[in-house]
Design a protein around this ligand. Structure first.
Ligand SMILES: Nc1ncnc2c1ncn2[C@@H]1O[C@H](COP(=O)(O)OP(=O)(O)OP(=O)(O)O)[C@@H](O)[C@H]1O
Ligand SMILES: [Mg+2]
Length: 204
């Protein structure tokens, strides 16, 4: 019996973390055994790579390869074993973020990303992905965290506009997998849509 793999996507400040714990609790209330995780990170090695990725200056190629290096470990040690054991896995960011940030944002070749994806994932894809779509200026206003911005959060509006377009291209390429949520809507309105989708996932 395989679990489901569910990912939360969107630019920094779009609302992923606001909903992910609530979402996991809603699944648990229905009796689903859920593991909550995130990228980059999620396994011990991948969390070490996350520190480098968020804070160290590096070439775009290094960034892209470290993202997939972290993902390979996360898949091997956490995601695949949990799914094989019948658990559901809810992940804050996954490979769509690589297409959007390293592809759209930094200009890495999408063909190269697809090649790395095929190598690291095989045919594996999320069963459901939520895209929190929000205009970059509004997302920037919402990012009022007390800590200093990381290497991605420090990028300008034009970067996040390219990232947003990168995500929207992912939705066009695989519309069945995605539910797009308008990030400017009120939190309870977004949760109504998520709750409906949870019901659909649990009944299919
Ligand atoms: N629908 C909403 N309406 C108003 N404010 C919101 C909404 N969703 C989230 N916020 C607020 O926006 C801020 C950023 O949201 P959140 O941390 O969930 O973004 P994120 O997508 O996880 O960003 P990051 O990628 O940087 O982790 C938070 O302060 C949150 O309370
Ligand atoms: Mg977050």
């Amino acid at each position: 019996m395989n679990g489901r793999f569910i990912t939360f996507e969107g630019i920094d400040g779009a609302g992923k973390s606001t909903h992910v714990e609530w979402y996991v609790e809603r699944l648990r209330s229905r009796g689903v055994d859920v593991v909550q995780t995130r990228e980059p990170g999620g396994s011990a090695l991948a969390e070490s790579l996350r520190e480098l990725l968020l804070h160290r200056t590096m070439a775009m190629q290094t960034e892209l390869l470290l993202m997939f290096a972290a993902r390979a470990d996360h898949l091997e040690r956490l995601i695949r074993p949990a799914l094989s054991a019948g658990q559901w896995v809810v992940c804050d960011r996954f490979t769509d973020s690589t297409y959007a940030y390293q592809g759209g944002g930094r200009g890495a070749s999408l063909e190269r990303i697809a090649w790395l994806e095929a190598w690291v994932h095989g045919g594996f894809q999320p069963d459901r992905s939520y895209l929190f779509d929000l205009a970059p200026p509004l997302a920037a206003q919402r990012r009022t965290s007390a800590r200093a911005p990381d290497r991605f959060e420090s990028e300008d509006i034009a970067f996040f506009e390219r990232v947003r377009q990168g995500y929207l291209a992912r939705v066009r390429a695989d519309p069945e997998r995605f539910v797009t949520l308008e990030g400017e809507r009120a939190i309870p309105e977004i949760r109504v849509i998520l709750e409906e989708d949870i019901a659909e996932l649990c009944n299919s």
